[in-house]
Ligand binder design. Structure first.
Ligand SMILES: [Zn+2]
Length: 59
């Protein structure tokens, strides 16, 4: 049951996708990506979106 989160749906910056088995790990990896690729820090709102995204695609 992989968790998928796309950068696009969280930051709108690119189509990078993280895929892990763990929701918090997926969010952590997306945060790392946003920092290195876009010099962005995920806001609480973005993390909330990321969590929703992970849940929606988990089915
Ligand atoms: Zn990105």
């Amino acid at each position: 049951m992989d968790k998928l989160i796309s950068c696009w749906n969280v930051t709108g910056k690119c189509y990078f996708v993280v895929r892990t088995e763990n929701e918090e790990e997926a969010i952590r990896q997306l945060a790392d990506h946003a920092a290195s690729a876009h010099q962005m820090t995920l806001t609480e709102e973005m993390k909330r979106k990321a969590r929703e995204e992970a849940r929606r695609k988990a089915a």
